[in-house]
Ligand binder design. Structure first.
Ligand code: NAD
Length: 664
């Protein structure tokens, strides 16, 4: 089947792009469009549309690692723009990247109400490559174009129309196009020939200041927009193309493309291939605290019925209010239509009566992190729900095999490890136990996807993939404290690397007590040779639990800004084993070596199915910079990785189990 279908009816040429699944601008589409341009020579007008759910949702990433194949997209857009016929783009669904660039080559744009527009190249480390950065600001103005190109965010049809991007919005674009053709105005000037957009220097300076940290593609996009404001299209467009092609080879773009593919692959693991998930419509959640409420909100937003089960009437009421306030927040953030609020609240029951859960397809516990409490709650869920209902635990560290050991039909049991805040964080670790069936696992994945989350498969170990790596990362940081670094230096070094926060600021934000309880639990099983640094334990014993107590690794003066605290510095100095002066580079190298080595151990043990899965966990759950591609991908780009791991190990002999690839 050709990717571009043409049909001549009278003096109108109908051109339909048919390149499933998203009509990407692959080589056959470009070639087909060039042929359509040739056929259009004798036509009065051309109607250009995309078949399926979208007009065109971007380029073909599989082509990005290869040399460009003719015809190039900029030539296709230029040919459409230079065609003697009027090209009318009929837009619906997603009009992204190359799709938007093609629409900008047309003389008219008519969109359905549901259409969304974006230049998402920045999300994969690029700038547009077919004139998008030069034409879009000439059409909709510098600031909207700049916002779109530097953020990659979608703009809806209404906003795009208002900015001058569309001729009209119509729920029947075909009819609207026919009406336009019946009274066809003279072709407007091609966008490339329109005046340069005016750019306010203050806006440019403020945008530049906002984009200086981290990834390089956002400021590159700003630069390209500035070329549009300063030069003619004939100069700006080749510059844009040259930088686009150069950036395709950049480590940043490769890392971001890796992140994209890794996320997609993680959601379809081999372990569930061929399995048919069953439908989950009604969920019982035991424990309506921080996590239970967040998970409940996320389920309600996805259209599920939720029964919250609590230990007391007061806790049930508090849990319900917590969920409702999250939903209110979703309305305020524009994520939920206010008219839907009442309906969602009706789908929520909050009670102490487990019999309310008897029709649930899934029972999930999010009660205190305590084995006996969890086992007792799970036993009640198992007797209250039907014998085949799925049962899941949201435990962070406990062994789910033990939580479920007394449950009949254990093939229906699994771990669903959500992250906090659960209504926002996209990651869910789907934990497979010794007994979990393929159908159960597939249902866990399908549910996560229905919640618009990214599931990653994990086996059972202390902390699963993510928290186990977090423990290693924090231990490496504590060794640095004991050998001469201070929390503020370590935090600054990791922020400099691209983490949103350093390890100590993050502990203050989330609270020190969970990790404390965990270290106490692990005390008996910790290898005797492992160095143990007790600064965090001392802080907890002093009541310094983090931001919620106004003091933790830092002190806080009625706000969330960490201030260095002489009391903590003195405590660290007094307990330090050594006083080395670490450079920021040594700090990041030690912490990354700990993270990457632990990831490699997790792979050695078969806890994660692939290094890519580990990258997804770290990027979506722990803020590892996406533009670095996750720790395992990043590690592969470091020629000195073995030395980094050896330096980590020799700083604290007997403290690190090394992955196979770093041994010997
Ligand atoms: P929380 O203390 O905020 O909430 C626990 C809730 O469980 C409380 O509301 C409590 O009343 C309720 N509860 C206790 N016993 C109960 C019982 N017998 N029946 C019904 N309800 C009962 O704790 P949280 O932070 O929401 O953590 C819950 C679970 O989620 C823990 O296993 C934790 O490790 C895990 N988790 C926490 C986070 C996090 O960042 N806080 C992240 C991922 C997973």
């Amino acid at each position: 089947m050709p990717s571009v279908i043409t049909e001549r009816i009278g003096d109108i040429l109908h051109v339909t792009i048919d390149n499933p699944p998203v009509n990407a601008t692959s080589q056959p589409v470009r070639e087909g469009l060039m042929q359509a341009v040739a056929q259009a020579r004798s036509a009065r007008a051309v109607l250009l549309r995309g078949k399926g759910a979208n007009f065109i949702a971007g380029g073909d990433m599989a082509e990005f690692d290869q040399p460009p194949k003719a015809p190039d997209l900029p030539d296709v857009v230029a040919a459409i723009e230079a065609s003697p016929a009027s090209w009318i783009a009929l837009l619906h669904g997603a009009v992204l990247g190359g799709g938007l660039e093609i629409a900008l080559g047309c003389s008219h744009r008519i969109a359905q109400t549901n259409t969304r527009f974006a230049l998402p190249e920045v999300n994969i480390g690029l700038i547009p490559g077919a004139g998008g950065s030069q034409r879009l600001p000439r059409l909709v103005g510098f600031e909207l174009a700049c916002e779109m190109a530097t953020s990659g965010k979608m703009v809806n049809a209404e906003a795009f129309l208002k900015a001058g991007g569309l001729d009209q919005i119509s729920d029947d674009p075909e009819a609207a196009a026919q009406a336009l053709i019946a009274n066809l105005p003279p072709r407007p000037a091609p966008i490339s020939a329109r005046p340069r957009p005016k750019a306010d220097p203050a806006y440019i300076a403020a945008t530049r200041a906002r984009l200086t940290k981290g990834a390089k593609a956002p400021p590159h996009n700003l630069d390209a927009l500035i070329w549009a404001s300063k030069t003619d299209f004939s100069k700006g467009q080749p510059r844009e193309r040259a930088l686009h092609l150069k950036l395709r080879q950049s480590t940043e773009s490769k890392a971001l493309r890796h992140a994209f593919f890794a996320e997609r692959a993680a959601a379809r693991p081999e372990a569930i291939s061929g399995a048919s998930p069953f439908a989950v419509e009604r969920v019982a959640i035991a424990g309506a605290g921080l996590m239970g409420a967040g998970i409940a909100a996320s389920m309600l937003l996805a259209g599920l019925d939720v029964v919250l089960l609590e230990a007391s009437e007061a806790a049930a009421e508090a849990g319900r209010n917590r969920v409702l306030s999250i939903l209110d927040g979703a309305v305020k953030r524009g994520k939920l239509d206010a008219s839907k609020l009442v309906g969602l609240a009706e789908n929520l029951t909050s009670t102490t009566d487990y019999s309310a859960a008897k029709k649930a397809d899934l029972g999930l516990e999010a009660v205190f992190e305590d084995m006996e409490v969890k086992r007792a709650v799970m036993a009640r869920l198992a007797t209250s729900l039907g014998p085949d209902a799925l049962l899941a635990s949201n435990t962070s560290y406990l062994d789910p095999n033990l939580i479920f050991s007394a449950i009949p039909n254990p093939s229906r049991c699994l771990g669903l490890h959500f992250f906090s805040p659960a209504h926002i964080m996209k990651l869910v670790e789907v934990i497979t136990l010794e007994t979990t069936s393929k159908t159960t696992l597939a249902t866990g994945f399908a549910l996560a996807k229905r919640l618009k989350k990214s599931p990653v498969l994990s086996g059972v170990c202390d902390g699963f993939i993510g928290n186990r790596m977090l423990s290693a990362y924090r231990r490496a940081a504590d060794y640095l404290l004991a050998d001469g670094a201070m929390p503020a230096q370590i935090d600054a070094a990791m922020r400099g690397f691209g983490m949103p926060m350093g390890p100590y600021e993050l502990q203050d934000l989330t609270g020190l007590q969970i990790a404390f309880a965990n270290r106490q639990r692990q005390m008996a099983s910790r290898p005797a040779s492992e160095r143990y640094i007790n600064f965090a334990d001392q802080l907890v014993e002093m009541g310094r639990l983090g931001q919620r107590t106004g003091k933790g690794w830092y002190r806080y003066e009625g706000n969330r800004i960490p201030q260095e605290d002489p009391e903590v510095s003195a405590l660290i100095r007094a307990g330090a084993d050594n006083r080395f002066q670490f450079t920021d580079q040594q700090i990041t190298e030690r912490l990354l070596a700990a993270l990457i080595n632990e990831g490699a151990c997790i792979l050695d043990e078969g806890i994660a199915a692939s290094a890519d899965d580990i990258d997804v966990v770290q990027m979506l759950g722990y803020g590892f910079p996406r533009w670095r591609g996750g720790p395992m991908h990043y590690g592969n780009t470091l020629p000195n990785l073995p030395e980094m791991v050896r330096a980590l190990a020799s700083q604290s002999p007997g403290s690190w189990q090394l992955a196979q690839k770093f041994k010997g």
